[in-house]
Design a protein around this ligand. Sequence first.
Ligand SMILES: [Fe+2]
Length: 269
Amino acid sequence: MTSYLDKKDIHLSKNFFKKGYFIQKVSDLKSLKTLRKAVVNSLCETIKVKMKKEKDFDRFLNDIHNTIKIKNLNNTRLNILNSINSSSEFHQKYFEVAKNLLFSLVGNELAMQTRVNLSIQLPGDASSLLPVHSDIWSGDSPFEVVVWIPLVNCYSTKTMYILKPENYKKIHSKFKKYAGKNSSDFYKNIKKNVEWINIKFGEILIFNQSLPHGNIVNSEKETRWSLNCRFKSLYSPYGDKKIGEFFKPITIRAASRIGMNYSLPNLKK
Ligand SMILES: [Fe+2]
């Protein structure tokens, strides 16, 4: 296959193919801090505490299980989600944090999910788990990627796991044997081969959501906070999630605008 990608893009692509994900240090730290501040601000409003100073954000988020009860977690999460998703600035900063990686791995005419998601995983909470799955199995397009942004350091059970492409390839051809089994049976079979994503605040993860991934109960002493959002090349095939409903175009270029607005001149009277 002909490829005129430059060296940097080839390097990123090779890594992405091999590992199924890529972690990069954020160069636009200001935008990343704006995202975290918006979440903390909305959290403080929701649970009715005074806004924290930036130097205390990390401890505040990591220790939130001392303040929020599991039964109130979903309401808190929904309040924060409504707040961050009502801000177009939040969406723009989210894109800017991941822009270089997205341009290298996905393309420069992009569609972005209309709503950014937030995960809050309190220690010992089994109610907000994401059992092993591939997003494609539930109707997503294999042309989508997920940009996952940790707001605290994530490690061990306080993070997510992914099955690397080489290991997925091994089970792909024998998939029949999992027919009729549930996700926990499937997880037991892949458990020893999954990779746990070790990532710090200040870094972002972009991953191939067609590979099996998920999380388990957080048995660390800190709460996990992470944001996730899908991106895809604007003109690539869509799954169940369509443009205009689930995705919005964010970087349409001049030639595309001309093409979209073009109409043939009418020669008839
Ligand atoms: Fe997923």
